[in-house]
Design a protein around this ligand. Structure first.
Ligand code: HEM
Length: 392
């Protein structure tokens, strides 16, 4: 890291966090917790101006050629800064045609294009690639609920990555291999851990603190002229590797393929490559269905098929938890209590909450292989497999 990049990183880890936290306490103490404009103006100006001085110096320094890790870290820092400017209403894409922060936009665009990612902070910056210094992870604020959210999201991502890793190791072995059974069990254990993470968030995260003081940092904002959507815990390839390798979602489904395309730049380059690779594989469900007419009574089919069904049931449970518990409790219900003029930017991806809920419901139903006449879920295929395994 260059000396200037190090100084910016130090500021992001200290003064930036202190100013955001102070602002959050001011907003949260008001009768209208969603009120931001006209509150804490001196703190906001300090945040804007101190960050700007770092950005201008870094922009003048240019691309220092210090490699991916350093560029990725800088992209995260300028992104956290711009995300906070958006949260404090110092910029708002609905009011502007281009970002009022020209230098920060230029820096983000330069670094984003050079690492092959969106020019904003991504989930990886706060999750799997959030370097702790003396145990302290990067964050917007020092609120306990933000750390709970960041840590448990990361733990959830790591669980899904373990599952994806186990499933991808079945590909070269084949679903009839005796080793596939152990790998399917490894994936099941990882997803059971995910269910525990979801449960912990559901019971321990404070709804109001999350909704009013954490979530607003994930709003979309402009970089240059273009609006870039906010990060969410799904911006890594593992979840889609699991979807595709199990066979619950298909890369030739236009809805799902569009989702994959849309999230590519929000993922690390390594994840982008893993996802592309997965899109060219035949799923485990399709392998089992292809073997069903000839091998249904064989030992491997009965064993691996049964473990596969158990794994899919655990995955379905975690998908239902995400939608029916986490999104409902922490986003949908609190949003319903707000007046319409307070709802802009409430979803990280930008659409109104009702549209987002419908699209998250589609994903849940694919993952649960739910019977949906309007969607090509794998409900009928699972019924055929269950019946061949005597679980009809
Ligand atoms: C308080 C906890 C959580 C809440 C309120 C929440 C809410 C949301 C919302 C609202 C979205 C849609 C983003 C948007 O476009 O606005 C989303 C996406 C997503 N979240 Fe979460 N989430 C939570 C925790 C988690 C955890 C622990 C995981 C596990 C890694 C996770 C995985 C995902 C995935 C994979 C997506 C992308 C859509 C999909 O493929 O299902 N989330 N989340």
């Amino acid at each position: 890291m260059s000396r200037l990049a190090e100084a910016f990183d130090g500021w992001i880890r200290s003064t930036f966090v202190a100013l955001n936290t102070e602002l959050e306490e001011l907003y949260f103490a008001q009768p209208d917790r969603a009120g931001v404009i006209g509150v804490g103006d001196a703190l906001k100006a300090r945040l804007r101006d101190e960050g700007h001085a770092h950005v201008v110096a870094l922009l003048a320094e240019g691309n220092t050629g210090e490699g991916f890790d350093s560029a990725f870290n800088l992209l995260g820092n300028v992104g956290l800064y711009m995300g906070a400017l958006r949260r404090h209403e110092l910029t708002n894409p609905d009011r502007e045609e281009k970002s009022p922060f020209g230098e920060a936009s230029s820096l983000a665009l330069h670094v984003g294009a050079s690492v092959g990612m969106a020019p904003r902070f991504a989930t990886a910056h706060l999750a799997t690639h959030n370097l702790a210094v003396d145990g302290i992870r990067k964050s917007f604020t020092s609120l306990a609920d933000e750390f709970l959210f960041i840590d448990e999201n990361t733990r959830g991502i790591l669980c899904i990555q373990r599952a994806a890793d186990a499933l991808s190791r079945i590909v070269p072995l084949g679903v009839s291999s005796p080793l596939a059974e152990s790998l399917l069990r490894d994936a099941t254990a990882a997803l059971e851990d995910l269910a525990a993470v979801n449960e912990k968030l559901f019971t321990r995260l404070d709804v109001d603190r999350f909704f009013y003081c954490v979530r607003p940092y994930y709003k979309p904002y402009r970089v240059g002229r273009q609006v870039w959507r906010g990060a969410n815990a799904g911006d890594f390839s593992g979840i889609n590797e699991v979807d595709l390798l199990l066979g619950l979602c298909r890369a030739n489904d236009p809805y799902y393929a569009q989702l994959l395309m849309e999230k590519m730049l929000f993922m690390l380059p390594g994840d982008q490559a893993r996802l592309r690779d997965c899109m060219m594989r035949r799923s485990l469900l399709d392998e089992l269905l292809a073997a069903l007419p000839t091998d249904r009574d064989s030992g491997w089919f009965q064993t691996n098929g049964a473990v596969f069904l158990d794994l899919c049931a655990v995955f379905a449970r975690s998908a239902a938890q995400h939608h029916d518990q986490l999104v409902a409790r922490f986003i949908d219900r609190p949003a319903a209590a707000l007046p319409p003029d307070r709802l802009t930017g409430i979803t990280a991806s930008g659409p109104p909450i009702a549209v987002l809920m419908r699209s998250l419901e589609v994903l849940r139903d694919y993952r649960c292989a739910a019977p949906r006449p309007d969607l090509p879920t794998r409900h009928a295929d699972f019924a055929a497999l269950r019946s061949a395994l005597g679980r009809g």
